[in-house]
Design a protein around this ligand. Structure first.
Ligand SMILES: C[S@@+](CC[C@H](N)C(=O)[O-])C[C@H]1O[C@@H](n2cnc3c(N)ncnc32)[C@H](O)[C@@H]1O
Length: 285
């Protein structure tokens, strides 16, 4: 289907106001909304929204909300926008981990634990506060607790599974509900040289026979979202080895206490919380 970009350029304050309005207006539609600096000296920003097919309808809704003719629109060539928009991402540091695209290999320093993830169709380039929080916590826990068997539930790009395997040569099971993510994960695992340690499977929660051969785990990392994490609490507890650790993320600060209560109900105790960009990463044992 044809893709369109609707856009408007403005000075910073006005662009931020429009961005907030557009984001709220299309909150339930799932259209990507962006604000991008296009002239650093003059502080001019572009606010844009990407839609498929229904451009006239979206334009009418914008006109009704902020005034007619403010946003222009253009047809986009047929390219993979997820990959395209992520292609220029800068590398990210979290603890000793350095998560980078193949175009930034030359920026790796000798002390880095480098993880190469190119922009793709699975979540997990390290840029999100939840991924970065998990990476930091993984480093701390793997070094202090020396786990022997780990699970990355909701692996996405496999960034967290690769991080564990790069720190410690232990078996890591990496699962995701999304088969596309699992195939991206498998490629990344090979590219990062940890295929000997990391195994992938497509599974919703613990719904796969592979868990019977790999569990129990003494480290479980799950960066999903608060509600599924609360639903998964009994399954996570059931697959955790005695004394094991879990790292939970994808949780907003406002959801922190509810998630802890759900896991305390399974007999786990809260150890630590990291805060990043409004998201929390929680360690429980
Ligand atoms: C926020 S991404 C995290 C990706 C990566 N682990 C990271 O930290 O960057 C969440 C992933 O969990 C997967 N997911 C969501 N619900 C799931 C479930 N019930 N079971 C397994 N995977 C799930 C999604 O498909 C998605 O790839």
């Amino acid at each position: 289907m044809t893709q369109f970009k609707l856009f408007h350029t403005a000075e910073k304050a006005e662009a931020e106001r429009l961005y907030a309005t557009i984001e709220q207006l299309f909150e339930d539609d799932g259209f990507p909304v962006a604000i991008t600096e296009i002239d650093e000296d003059r502080q001019i920003f572009e606010v844009s929204i990407y839609v498929e097919g229904e451009v006239a309808e979206v334009a009418a809704r914008i006109d009704a909300a902020i005034g007619s003719g403010t946003f222009e629109w253009e047809e986009l060539p047929d390219i993979d926008w997820v990959t395209h928009s992520l292609a220029g991402l800068k590398p990210v540091r979290a603890g000793r981990f350095f998560v980078h695209g193949s175009h930034d290999r030359d920026k790796i320093t000798p002390d880095d634990i480098a993880i190469e993830i190119d922009a793709g169709q699975a979540f997990g380039t390290g840029h999100h506060g939840t991924t970065a929080g998990c990476l930091e916590m993984i480093e701390e826990i793997v070094e202090s607790e020396h786990p022997t068997n780990a699970l990355d539930l909701g692996t996405g790009s496999a960034v967290l599974a690769i991080a564990i395997a790069k720190l410690a040569p232990i078996p890591v099971l990496a699962t995701d509900i999304d088969p596309v993510a699992v195939s991206v994960a498998a490629e990344n695992i090979i590219k990062n040289g940890v295929a000997e340690h990391v195994v992938t499977a497509t599974a919703e929660g613990f719904g796969h026979p592979i868990f019977r051969s790999y569990a129990p785990f003494d480290l479980i990392v799950a960066n999903i979202l608060a509600n599924p994490l609360m639903e998964l609490a009994p399954g996570i507890k059931q697959h955790l080895a005695p004394g094991g650790s879990i790292i939970l993320s994808g949780i907003l600060e406002s959801q922190h206490d509810a998630v802890i209560v759900a896991y305390e109900a399974q007999g786990l105790t809260h150890q630590k919380t990291l805060h990043r960009e409004g998201w929390v990463t929680i360690h429980m044992k």
